[in-house]
Design a protein around this ligand. Structure first.
Ligand code: ADP
Ligand code: MG
Length: 461
């Protein structure tokens, strides 16, 4: 193994190379793509460069790979190949300007310092460092779940046990669960965290039976200080696994060890589970994650763009947020697709460019509906006249449909309060604000209101 030189030398070499490259690319390109990179080291002819995200790799490969290779060869004549490594965000930031040190495995460090033998099964679970509490955007849609997860990460086994998080696809359940894992590991490095998906738990159980390792299986889960099982809804119709989970649950719970579960529905709706299990799932706290509203969606997009070093104009973020309304994963995906396309086509990110690039995603996410269409559909649903919704009469039969229209224009189309007011026959923006808030609040408490909205939205297809 060849010595790649001291860290300080590597840092110097890389800044020298960057300074040279800076002359041949534009300032914004330099700042966006080259400045955040690091030389990580050289070993046996392989040189590793740290980059903040995968499209930095794409950009470099397209624009200055040859130059970088040439420059590196001058310092490392034995170089054979070059590899780009995407770095965790915190590491890039905290070591700004310095080459990256090899990360130490936290579990190994603990065992050394405590002198205790690690349990044989305690291979540290693969938590994704980018799923943490700091980069989770909190809004009214997820505040309770967020706070509960933080409390659990601070005092596992003491706050809420079990903690049951439920919500639709792509709304951050796995993110929060992994944030608990990262948080506990940081604060309580000696705690034995077992993280698994329900499917992996099932597979593990089945193969344990087949291979006669059932005791090993039991030990693994029953010795957890913190047991995290993702997507527990998949326990449905798996009686053996359910039974095993039931016993594990009892043992851990009696001993105040933390259990966290996620699901796409509340325990009561998991009708395929045994009653005794359903009731236990509700012993602690049940916290929901709802779809983010327009403001939350813009905030999420802003944060993600910043995190990924992408500059996107505010009107484009709002445009995306007004079209993709249900799923954070899709919001994120669309942003990445947009950034990559802009870079490859060398185009500025404008609203037109966005509309063109994300055509398919945006079309699938939301049909192109106009304010008129909203009024027409709502009027039809409540059997009133569209003109009356746009009018000023304040009878009960008209106020509710009118407020539903306000709500949809705001939450789904992302229109501003004044604009909605104007569209609805010159109403004041505070009236619109009041209407939207009223429906938001009702939607949470009255299932009938939620149903109305859902049915109406379904009719836009
Ligand atoms: P789920 O497990 O509920 O299907 P995930 O946790 O996998 O959803 O979330 C999908 C993606 O959206 C992940 O990349 C996650 O980081 C991101 N995400 C979801 N909600 C938020 C949020 N509130 N703030 C930041 N990122 C979020
Ligand atoms: Mg998930």
């Amino acid at each position: 193994v060849e010595n790649s030189g001291t860290l300080a030398t590597m840092s110097l070499i890389w800044s020298e190379i960057l300074t040279e490259l800076e002359k041949s690319v534009s300032r914004p390109n330099f700042v966006t793509w080259l400045k955040p990179t690091k030389l990580l080291g050289e070993q046996a002819g392989l040189i590793k460069i740290g980059v903040p995200n995968p499209y930095t790799t794409t950009w470099i490969e397209k624009n200055c790979l040859k130059e970088i290779k040439q420059a590196l060869l001058e310092h490392y004549p034995t170089m054979e190949s070059l590899q780009f490594v995407v770095l965790e965000k915190e590491t890039t930031k905290s070591l700004d300007g310095l080459p990256l040190l090899e990360e130490t495995d936290p579990s190994q460090t603990d065992n050394e310092s405590s002198g205790e033998a690690a349990p044989s099964t305690s291979k540290p679970p693969p938590f994704n460092k980018s799923y943490n509490f700091e980069n989770f955007i909190v809004g009214n849609n997820n505040r309770l779940a967020f706070a509960a997860c933080q409390a659990v990460a601070e005092k596992p086994g003491e706050a809420y046990n079990p903690l049951f998080i439920y919500g639709g696809v792509g709304l951050g359940k796995t993110h929060l669960m992994q944030a608990i894992g990262n948080g506990v590991r940081q604060r309580w490095p000696k705690k034995n965290i077992v993280y698994t998906s329900c499917e992996a738990f099932t597979t593990d159980f089945v193969s344990a039976i087949q291979e006669k390792r059932i005791n090993e299986f039991k030990n693994k889960y029953r010795k957890a200080d913190v047991l995290l099982i993702d997507d527990i809804q998949f326990l449905a119709n798996k009686e053996g696994t359910q039974e095993e989970f039931f016993h594990t649950f009892n043992i851990l719970h009696q001993d105040n060890r933390q259990i966290v579960l996620t699901s796409d529905r509340i325990p009561k709706e998991m009708t395929e589970l045994e009653d005794r299990l359903i009731s236990r799932l509700g012993w602690g706290l049940i916290a929901d994650i709802q779809a983010p509203n327009f403001e939350n969606r813009v905030a999420i997009l802003q944060a993600k763009a910043k995190e990924k070093n992408i500059t996107v104009p505010a009107d484009v973020l709002e445009y995306i947020a007004s079209t993709i309304t249900s799923n954070v994963r899709e919001l994120e995906g669309s942003l990445i697709k947009l950034a990559t396309a802009a870079m490859l086509d060398d185009m500025p990110i404008t609203k037109e460019f966005t509309a063109r690039t994300l055509k398919d995603i945006l079309k699938a996410a939301a049909p192109n509906i106009s304010g008129r269409k909203v009024v027409a559909v709502v009027a039809d649903y409540f059997s009133v006249e569209p003109a009356d919704i746009l009018g000023t009469r304040r009878t009960k039969e008209l106020v509710y449909p009118r407020q539903i229209v306000m709500y949809i224009l705001r939450e789904q189309l992302g229109q501003s309060f004044p604009r909605i007011g104007e569209f609805l026959g010159g109403k004041d923006h505070t009236t619109v604000m009041h209407g939207v808030n009223k429906i938001s609040a009702l939607k949470k408490t009255e299932t009938a209101v939620e149903k109305d909205i859902q049915t109406i939205q379904g009719r836009f297809q």
